[in-house]
Design a protein around this ligand. Structure first.
Ligand code: GTP
Ligand code: GTP
Ligand code: MG
Ligand code: MG
Lengths: 292, 277
């Protein structure tokens, strides 16, 4: 664990008395290594270490009898501060029904998360409508319908021959007519480098003016988490992030990368395959998981 | 990288950055860069291009070791496809079925994911698209029972390769890994050396956790080969180098898109070259 590695760095300090900047550098190399092992983006890790170094080379740390603990405390505080302390919530103010769009790479967990959100929002007193805008993936509409049935939530769908933009637009009307308070729009998985598919998202957004656009990303995403999030944010505009498969053992460094580079707040964590498995996130817990 | 005129400190720094950003991981990157620096000390590369060529050679050596084809003996070969959630198993199975059919085999698909919503429907749609029959039971049925049916159907219909789709499962879920072992045992009981191939599908977008996945699945069911899906994404899939170093698992195929023809046998040279593109 990182704690042990930092203790190892400082174990000879007793004989040296006060620490020097090189000792701190060595400790920060261990921290950087831990971040990279956790899939934190290379540049994000480098910038993070620079920020931490300023605080970690203060007299308070250099003269401390427990420098490992001091460095760890500073790293942890910086991590929590960067991740952001706002608990996850959906903005449904301003229009009825409030459209919430889910976007992201293929297989990230959008369709499952759509159903999870519907269940969570219903428990909070909202009336969610699931909207099937993935007309590409085989049986995608059937998947959302099956999940909707499991939680007793209606699914607005038009099969696979209408355009996702039209389905989204008509779902707003449908939601309003049937008294829904939130429309959860499930979209097809797509690469952020696929211009035509990214343009489809821009068109859907223009058609329904969503109150939330949530990027759904897998916790085990590697270095490209930054490019993915940046492209989705720049082209479509993101209001939040859902990190899925946090029930696994991926360290989840992608969360730090995405947050540090785009400023998009982490809203929810996918904690399993079951529809109940959606949790609000705690920055301090995520921080210690990333550090390992 | 190509802009560097000499192998100075900046060259080595940029190389490290490049490899880490390709998901090779800090340790594997350090190993490869150290080896390259040792070579440079001994025989002096004249240019960054030469160093890059040597690195590409080393990468190809690491990845190119395993047998390229699949071991699919007659009369009936069984391929078990496994992996964590959402990596591309079902889609890769459809692609593999068409690939095998085009090379003269008679595949049959088994809808072994009886858990996830519309998983059976998804494989059935793919089966129709590639004109390959699918054996299935209802949702919630026992995957081992469906596999058992699949073997019976294959023998009855003269199919010579059975591809078994399984539900995505995190390697950390002991009960789900046990379920997978049970499926494998059912297959072994019916056909002595089966499954002849157990392919682990990895999502190229995955970071260092892919190594953990490869280790866990290998330990549980003995993986014989990898399928690297979603290589059309902006990710480079560099984690396969640590998998090659630690487990020597051959990469059999790559998935390069969502269409059925976006699939090809793995080419180490092409893969290593793409890292430097
Ligand atoms: N263990 C675990 N599995 C999850 C989680 N969220 C989703 N999954 C699983 O991940 C797989 C992919 O989920 P989907 O909801 O189909 O993903 P998607 O983003 O809609 O996929 P595409 O529409 O093809 O882009 C399924 O097997 C889900 O059950 C999670 O939090 N934990
Ligand atoms: N871009 C791209 N997408 C792919 C590729 N392979 C699969 N996909 C997409 O990834 C998503 C998930 O694919 P699936 O085949 O359902 O993955 P899976 O592993 O069977 O998922 P679960 O059964 O839920 O665990 C779908 O949207 C596929 O179209 C690929 O090579 N490239
Ligand atoms: Mg989906
Ligand atoms: Mg599947």
């Amino acid at each position: 664990a990182l704690t042990d590695r930092l203790q190892g760095v400082f174990k000879d300090m007793r004989s040296k008395g006060r620490l020097a900047e090189e000792d701190i550098d060595e400790a920060l190399r261990e921290v950087r290594l831990a971040l990279l092992e956790a899939d934190v983006n290379f540049k994000v890790a480098r910038d993070f270490i620079r920020r931490v170094k300023e605080r970690a080379t203060s007299l308070e740390v250099l003269e401390s009898l427990t420098p490992a603990q001091q460095v760890l405390r500073i790293v942890d505080e910086e991590l929590v501060a960067t991740l952001g302390g706002e608990p996850g919530r959906i903005d449904w103010t301003g229009k009825t029904p409030a459209p919430v769009m889910l976007v992201g790479l293929n297989g990230a967990g959008k369709t499952t998360s759509a159903a999870k959100l519907a269940l969570t929002l219903r428990k909070l007193g909202q009336r969610p409508l699931l909207v099937a805008c993935d007309t590409y993936r085989p049986a995608a509409v059937a998947q959302l319908e099956t999940l909707g049935r499991q939680i007793g939530a209606e699914v607005y769908e038009e099969g696979t021959h209408a355009s996702p933009v039209d389905i989204a637009r008509r779902s707003v009307e449908y939601g309003r007519e049937h008294g829904y308070s939130i429309n959860i729009i499930d979209t097809a998985g797509r690469l952020q480098i696929d211009e035509r598919m990214m343009d489809e998202l821009v068109q859907i957004k223009a058609a329904i003016q969503p109150t939330e656009v949530l990027l759904v990303a897998n916790a085990m995403t590697g270095q490209e988490a930054v490019s993915v999030a940046q492209q989705f944010h720049e082209q479509v505009g993101l209001t939040g992030l859902i990190l899925t498969q946090m029930d696994g053992d991926a360290r989840g460094g992608a969360a730090l990368s995405i947050r540090a580079v785009t400023g998009v707040p982490l809203k929810f964590l996918g904690m399993g395959e079951k529809i109940e498995a959606l949790q609000a996130y705690y920055p301090d817990r995520l921080a210690s998981r990333i550090l390992g | 990288f190509q802009a560097r005129r000499e192998l100075d400190a900046a060259f080595w720094d940029e190389l490290e950055e490049r490899l880490i950003q390709a998901d090779l991981g800090a340790h594997t990157t350090a190993d490869l860069v150290d080896t390259l620096r040792e070579t440079h000390d001994k025989r002096r590369f004249d240019s960054p291009e030469q160093a890059e060529a040597a690195l590409r050679q080393e990468m190809m050596r690491l990845l190119g070791g395993g047998t390229v084809g699949l071991n699919l003996p007659l009369p009936l070969a069984v391929i078990l496809v496994v992996g964590v959630n959402g990596v591309g198993k079902t889609t890769s199975i459809a692609k593999l079925a068409k690939f095998l059919a085009q090379s003269g085999r008679k595949p049959l698909l088994v809808a072994g994911d009886t858990f996830r919503a519309a998983a059976i429907d998804q494989l059935k749609v793919w089966g129709e698209r590639v004109a390959v029959p699918v054996v299935a039971q209802g949702p919630g049925s026992d995957p081992s029972a469906v596999v058992f049916d699949g073997i019976k159907a294959a023998r009855a219909r003269g199919a010579d390769v059975l591809i078994v789709d399984t539900a995505g499962r995190l390697h950390t879920k002991i009960n789900l890994m046990e379920e997978l072992k049970k499926v494998q045992r059912i297959v072994q009981r019916q056909i002595p050396d089966a499954p002849h191939e157990t392919l682990l599908v990895l999502d190229a977008v995955t970071g260092q956790n892919a190594l953990v996945q490869a280790k866990s699945f290998t330990q549980a069911v003995g993986v014989t080969g990898l399928v690297l899906a979603k290589l059309d994404s902006s990710s480079k899939g560099g984690v396969v180098f640590s998998i090659a170093q630690e487990l020597s698992l051959p990469i059999k195929f790559v998935g390069t898109g969502e269409r059925v023809d976006d699939f090809a046998p793995f080419d180490a040279g092409e893969f290593a070259g793409a890292l430097f593109a």
